[in-house]
Design a binder for this molecule. Structure first.
Ligand code: SF4
Length: 442
């Protein structure tokens, strides 16, 4: 029996199951947004399973949980559309309950309650457990996992609503991260993706200093089955020489880093409150390139930030053409309430934003094509993710230069039967814009 709550009250997942969900329910989740949300969904399911609920695919669920995202306008729209679809299924009697969790619920709980009467419960983002490893139901294939080491953010980028949604920055203790790594290692995981809003701020609360490098050294010591440790969501102003050194020196740490730069012009880095200058950004990228020449740098830029002039945009374009990031994404600035940039002068027209985004993405397409061509003839270590549907001898995998879900793949021709989680050597024979093709060597 689900008890209708007074929707102004936000609650934590801990009492999610006790108060709202009697046991034995068939529960399914739709996870929207980023990998951090995915970990939250795994924890929500872990707690519900622990209290006797059955975790099923959403198609077979009586109770549907949608873990929402509200980072930018497009994400909000996708979340609201998904809620409406679930409410329609409920109206048709195909679902008994609809529960809305995550960032949209945290940010707009009252509005959702007022405007969407059919929702049975609105619960914000799960509380972050610093000192313990949460029970989780994995939503990733068995051979890779995401490990969230910190929650929320120290930074206050002027365009970003996340700190307002997620609250105080909080790191997990090194001990609880290592316990989680050991569990995953024992479970046969081969690749762990280290995530947070800003993983490079890890430990600034608990240990009064940036402690990601220290944490990585400890993770490497306990990683036996785990062959790849990948870093996602680094904040340029928080990247230390020690971190670059550990990344370069430790073979198990992928020569890959996801580090949104957002822009390159001094006036915009300032108005974005990024805590770094053009010169410092360029120096950091040069240092990384020098110390890890084969590394794959993934970044994102925002175009159309208030005050962005055509000159600023051209400066950004020249910089990305010159730097040739292996992976790059572009967001158009999304005017978010309760952010410092919301009321900034010089708001840019939507058409101009879109044009700038398309220009950069087109440039990146040819850069990516050239980068991929550079792999032809080389031999890469590839982690097999799956067999290509309908094929007998083509498998889909990734090299250390490709993160799950966001980057390209390596298509492997193999007469030998391969399994998800196998590491194989592949001779690259062809390259597409974002993907590679190769022959199994061993
Ligand atoms: S680093 Fe900036 S953009 Fe990223 S979550 Fe923190 S405040 Fe938002």
């Amino acid at each position: 029996m689900i008890k209708k709550r007074n929707h102004t009250e936000q609650s934590t997942t801990q009492d999610f199951h006790k108060e709202r969900l009697s046991t034995g329910q068939k529960v399914g989740v739709i996870n929207l947004g980023c990998a951090r949300n995915l970990v939250d969904s795994q924890e929500i399911l872990g707690r519900l399973k622990k209290t006797g609920n059955r975790i099923v695919d959403i198609e077979h669920a009586d109770v549907a949980i949608v873990n929402t995202c509200s980072f930018v306008a497009d994400a909000k729209k996708e979340s609201i559309d998904t809620i409406l679809e679930l409410l329609e299924l409920k109206k048709q009697g195909k679902l008994k309950k609809v529960i809305v969790a995550g960032c949209l619920a945290q940010r707009y709980g009252k509005e959702l309650a007022a405007e969407m009467k059919g929702i049975d419960a609105i619960v914000g983002t799960p509380s972050f457990l610093k000192n313990e490893v949460a029970d989780q139901v994995s939503l990733t294939p068995k051979h890779f996992a995401y490990v969230k080491i910190c929650e929320s953010c120290y930074n206050r980028c002027s365009f970003c609503a996340i700190p307002g949604i997620k609250g105080k920055f909080s790191s997990k203790t090194i001990e609880s991260v290592l316990e989680e790594i050991k569990r995953l290692d024992k479970a046969g995981v081969k690749e762990v993706n280290i995530i947070g809003q800003d993983i490079t701020a890890y430990g600034m609360d608990l240990y009064r200093e940036k402690s990601l490098a220290r944490l990585l050294k400890e993770i490497v010591k306990v990683a036996e089955n785990i062959q790849w440790i990948r870093l996602l969501y680094a904040f340029p102003a928080h990247v230390t020489d020690e971190l670059i050194e550990v990344m370069a020196a430790e073979p198990k740490i992928c020569k890959y880093i996801d580090m949104p730069l957002q822009h390159i012009s001094d006036n915009l880095l300032l108005s974005m409150n990024r805590g770094i200058t053009t010169a410092q950004t360029k120096a950091l990228i040069n240092k990384m390139r020098k110390r890890m020449p084969t590394a794959s740098l993934r970044t994102t830029f925002i175009v159309g930030m208030p005050g962005e002039t055509e000159e600023n945009f051209q400066e950004l374009r020249e910089y990305m053409l010159e730097t040739r990031f292996e992976k790059m994404g572009v967001f158009v600035y999304s005017r978010e309430e309760k952010t410092a940039a919301y009321d900034m002068p010089g708001q840019v027209a939507e058409t101009v934003k879109k044009k700038r985004m398309n220009t950069l993405m087109k440039d990146q397409q040819s850069i990516s094509h050239d980068v991929q061509q550079g792999f032809v003839g080389r031999t890469l270590k590839v982690l097999i993710d799956e067999k290509e549907e309908g094929s007998n001898d083509i498998y889909i995998g990734r090299s250390e230069y490709d993160a799950p879900d966001v980057d390209g793949s390596v298509y492997v021709n193999s007469k030998r039967v391969l399994k998800p989680g196998d590491f194989v050597s592949v001779k690259i024979t062809d390259a597409l814009e974002y993907d590679l093709v190769g022959e199994l060597l061993a």
